[in-house]
Design a protein around this ligand. Structure first.
Ligand code: NAP
Length: 418
């Protein structure tokens, strides 16, 4: 289709489907949103790293055809004040895979988060955040190497669905009257009201996705994290529906934790994934004290939001934690931190979060060799103690470099030697 400001690269080919590497041409068109604030610095550095890794891995036989699409401040400047132009959605629907930097969301009324809008409009229902430790990354844990989890957070429901009524408004008063008079609910006068919808449909598609991932990647367990002891018909139902998917659709590949003990004496049988559940609050403690017991984690939206940042902090913080928002029609990989506006265009910040989101993307493309080269370059650069300011302030004897010099060091360290 014809776009107003987006130029489709002539040399590239469209990705036809998301069902795996067979759908990926050698020159796939990948959409990118640069992002606001530090977005320009980290996107420029990361694209250099990904391109170098692909070139080193495939010697020109494969190449990403980058296509810039627009959101946030850059979009507003181009599209007459429109921060989220319709053609950005259209391009993602047409080209299926994108990667984005962070976008500003002004605090206060009248401006919906651009990130939440993207997730809801494109139905990107799974937020996927792998968290693992790399040698040399500063961590508050004694044994950070025990952290290696992938969090699947539900992305479209829960209190993030945007069904909220401000105290004192006619809509709030109408709902309050209905709840008191017809449902017998009791709450203070003048309360703001919010609705927390959680469905079997939303829960089951997330759990299905997480289980498929766990099977494909040879993971050992899937833990359902919820607050079902208090919120029985939302969080509790989430737990029950998730177990239902495991039992009814993946019965051959999964066992429950109860079965593990009652039928297998606590010894995990080969080829079976253990499905278990934990209450959200104790999960925060477990991830600090016994992280090696967890592998894939599935959680509703709000708990997953807190949990993924908290776990990321155990192994270096949001400066390096990658993420992706994934639906059945579109995949959007993204840096998990914000725009850190005070560092805009200073060439200072850590590109790690976006860079590793790109590693996830390369893995999805089936370009494993390139993905490994990026990780290898990163690990070796850390071993040399060459880091950006955020790690330098936590490490003894580090050499502090800017974003672009850090990218150059990673590229230099790719693929030379074991
Ligand atoms: P933030 O932008 O993530 O920044 C908070 C702090 O985290 C920074 O001041 C910096 O810490 C550190 N930091 C973030 N990214 C870093 C990086 N790449 N390298 C090193 N340090 C990094 O959070 P915020 O200040 O709360 O939010 C700013 C804006 O971003 C808001 O408009 C918010 O809505 C938006 N936001 C967008 C997304 C998204 O697009 N997905 C996510 C979150 C927030 P120091 O000050 O200690 O150096």
């Amino acid at each position: 289709m014809a776009y107003q400001h987006i130029s489709v690269p002539e040399q590239g080919e469209k990705i036809q489907c998301l069902s795996g590497p067979d759908c990926i041409p050698d020159r796939p068109i990948i959409a990118f949103i640069e992002g606001d604030g530090i977005g320009r610095d980290i996107m420029t550095a990361s694209r250099r790293i990904w391109d170098a890794a692909v070139e080193k891995a495939y010697g020109g036989q494969r190449q990403i055809a980058w296509m810039e699409i627009y959101a946030g401040e850059k979009a507003a400047a181009l599209y007459d004040g429109d921060y989220m132009p319709e053609e950005t959605f259209e391009a993602l629907r047409e080209f299926l895979v994108g990667i984005k930097g962070p976008l500003t969301t002004p605090v206060g009324g009248g401006f919906r988060s651009l990130n939440v809008t993207l997730r809801q409009v494109l139905d990107l229902y799974a937020c996927v955040r792998p968290v693992q430790w790399y040698e040399g990354v500063p961590s508050p844990l004694l044994r950070p190497e025990n952290v290696d989890v992938v969090i699947f957070r539900e992305n479209t429901e829960d209190v993030y669905a945007g069904i909220e009524y401000e105290a004192g408004t006619p809509a709030n008063e109408k709902l309050a009257r209905f709840l008191r008079e017809e449902m017998g609910a009791e709450f203070f006068e003048g309360s703001g009201l919010g609705i927390k919808p959680m469905s079997a449909y939303g829960t089951k598609r997330l759990m299905r996705f997480a289980l498929r991932y766990a099977i494909e990647r040879g993971r050992k367990s899937v833990t359902i994290v919820h607050k079902g002891n208090i919120q029985k018909f939302t969080e509790g139902a989430f737990r029950n529906w998730a177990y239902e998917v495991a039992r009814e659709e993946f019965g051959e590949q999964t066992i429950t934790e109860d079965q593990l003990w009652s039928e297998y004496g606590g010894k995990q049988p080969e080829g079976k994934i253990v499905v278990k559940d934990r209450i959200a609050d104790i999960m925060f403690q477990h991830m600090l004290l016994r992280p090696s017991e967890f592998d894939v984690i599935v959680s509703p939206n709000l708990n997953g939001d807190y949990l993924s940042d908290a776990i990321a902090a155990e192994v270096g913080g949001v400066g390096i934690a990658p993420g992706a928002n994934i639906g059945d029609e579109v995949m959007l990989f993204e840096a998990t931190h914000g725009t850190a506006p005070k560092y805009t265009d200073q060439d200072r910040v850590n590109p790690g979060s976006l860079m590793f989101s790109g590693v996830m993307m390369l893995e999805f493309l089936g370009w494993w060799e390139a993905a490994k080269l990026v990780t290898q370059g990163y690990v070796r650069t850390l071993a040399e103690k060459v880091v950006t300011y955020d790690f330098a302030r936590q490490m003894d004897g580090a050499t502090e470099v800017g974003t672009s010099a850090f990218a150059s060091a990673i590229i230099k360290n790719m693929g030379n030697g074991a």
